[in-house]
Design a protein around this ligand. Structure first.
Ligand SMILES: NC(=O)c1ccc[n+]([C@@H]2O[C@H](COP(=O)([O-])OP(=O)(O)OC[C@H]3O[C@@H](n4cnc5c(N)ncnc54)[C@H](O)[C@@H]3O)[C@@H](O)[C@H]2O)c1
Length: 279
């Protein structure tokens, strides 16, 4: 692999499967180094050592089991990642979380049994990104005066944090209170962090995906040889003014853009094929 002076050190949470796995692969293909956190050991091993074997053998990607509901675990795993990156983290992508938007087993919010699920959504999808960002800041902030001057003169985009939210922050189907509230909370978190971290040279933005089919981005998908195309019905296409359904790569491309977008912070970018504006 050619040496790349623009190579950045990137952490992706929830990178073992789904959108996260595509984010990891896309950043590696673009010449960056990546550290993956996930709670699913089997998927994490498969992604790191089988799916991304050539990058792992080249020392470009490493991973650790990490629970986004356990702050001690996050703090210690960020230290491990920082060691891999020689104490410099350029990009944190808070992608991992509970991605299913509905209460389990067809429950509605009238059912008191939704309460622990509510807490799990808030802990994983909102407190997780806050605590993960907090743990990464010491390794992200620009201590180098030249780098700060470069950024001020438009020469570099500097470090950044990207939260992966959801269009469900702004549009719900029934029985999505926990998911929607956790994702709407990320909007406030993103703008507040963008303001607080600006003086450290850290930009903070959010990508809100719409409906993205991800089954092929997994161990089972690899073993069955499944692709993205086979997962769609006519409805998946009709629901979108773009006349096609969403790909994980659509989210990864937006993330690559934000990493290089030095004049963009505190924004939420919706990548949903126009679903939010369709009646
Ligand atoms: N796929 C979509 O249609 C869609 C739409 C809008 C938003 N999103 C968001 O995109 C992100 C990725 O979603 P996805 O569809 O790839 O989901 P996914 O379920 O395929 O992947 C989520 C990953 O997060 C990991 N994870 C879950 N809980 C964790 C924890 N406590 N600690 C560490 N890791 C944990 C899982 O193991 C998994 O690898 C999520 O934040 C989701 O809310 C997805």
């Amino acid at each position: 692999m050619p040496a790349n002076d623009n190579s950045k050190n990137v952490i992706v949470s929830g990178g073992a499967r789904g959108i996260g796995r595509c984010l990891v692969r896309t950043f590696l293909e673009a010449g960056h180094r990546v550290y993956i956190f996930d709670i699913d050991e089997e998927e994490l091993n498969h992604t790191t050592k089988v799916h991304l074997e050539k990058y792992h053998k080249a020392g470009k990607v490493e991973s650790a089991l990490c629970d986004l509901r356990d702050v001690k675990d996050m703090r210690s795993k960020v230290q491990e990642a920082a060691k891999f990156f020689d104490n410099k983290i350029d990009v944190l992508i808070n992608n991992g979380g509970i991605a299913s938007p509905y209460w389990k087993d067809g429950k509605t919010m009238e059912d008191p049994d939704t309460f622990p699920e509510w807490q799990a959504y808030i802990d994983t999808n909102l407190t997780g990104p806050f605590a993960m960002s907090q743990a990464c800041i010491p390794y992200m902030k620009n201590k180098n005066k030249d780098a700060v001057a470069d950024a001020a003169h438009g020469q570099s985009a500097g470090p950044c944090i990207i939260n992966i939210g959801s269009f469900r922050a702004k549009m719900s189907d029934p029985n999505q209170e926990g998911y929607a509230a956790s994702k709407a909370g990320q909007l406030g978190l993103t703008q507040a962090m963008a303001i607080s971290l600006g003086h450290l040279g850290i930009r903070v933005n959010l990508i809100a995906p719409g409906r993205i089919k991800v089954a092929h981005e997994s161990k089972e998908g690899d073993e069955k040889g499944e692709g993205w195309v086979g997962q769609h019905s006519e409805k998946d296409i009709d629901d979108h003014p773009t006349n096609r359904a969403g790909r994980p790569r659509d989210i990864a491309d937006a993330a690559l853009y934000l990493v290089g977008a030095g004049f963009v912070t505190g924004q939420d970018v919706t990548i949903d094929g126009g679903a939010l504006v369709k009646k």
